[in-house]
Design a protein around this ligand. Structure first.
Ligand code: ZN
Length: 137
């Protein structure tokens, strides 16, 4: 079995933001040379998440608005006694920091309306990372 790892590094500009990493994921899979296997996409951050959904301006706003309503930064969170980002930790725990996609016949499989996004919930940040690990043959 072959394993190929690629790390993306980028900055975010907003407190809540979706960063589209679909092109980088597809490039990592095609450059890996792996024909059949899986692609793991992992954000090594306790205040970010990874999701797959439609890249539509209104929907992106809906998702971000809903996250900030479900996990309001201004709530009286206990973690905010020592930090100011409990909402983002809780949201990351619920949404999840990784996604696994199938790789079949040299292509990463996703739905027509499933772009891959890093979810920033404690931005802006200068050093966000996403690890893309492609495993297979
Ligand atoms: Zn914290």
């Amino acid at each position: 079995m072959k394993v190929v790892v690629k790390t993306l590094t980028f900055s975010t500009r907003e407190k809540f933001e979706l960063v589209n990493i679909t092109d980088e994921v597809e490039k990592a899979v095609s450059e890996s040379g792996i024909i059949n296997g899986i692609c793991l996409i992992f954000a090594p951050h306790a205040t970010g998440a990874i999701v797959a959904n439609e890249n539509e301006k209104g929907l992106i706003r809906d998702i971000l608005d809903h996250i900030s309503q479900l996990f309001p930064p201004g709530k009286n969170w206990l973690h905010n006694r020592i930090d100011d980002n409990a909402h983002a930790h809780v949201a990351s725990s619920i949404i999840g920091a990784s996604l696994t996609l199938p790789v079949i016949n040299g292509k990463v499989i996703r739905g027509t309306w499933q772009d891959v996004f890093f979810v920033e919930m404690d931005g802006p940040r200068t050093n966000r990372r996403v690890i893309i690990e492609v495993l297979g043959e």
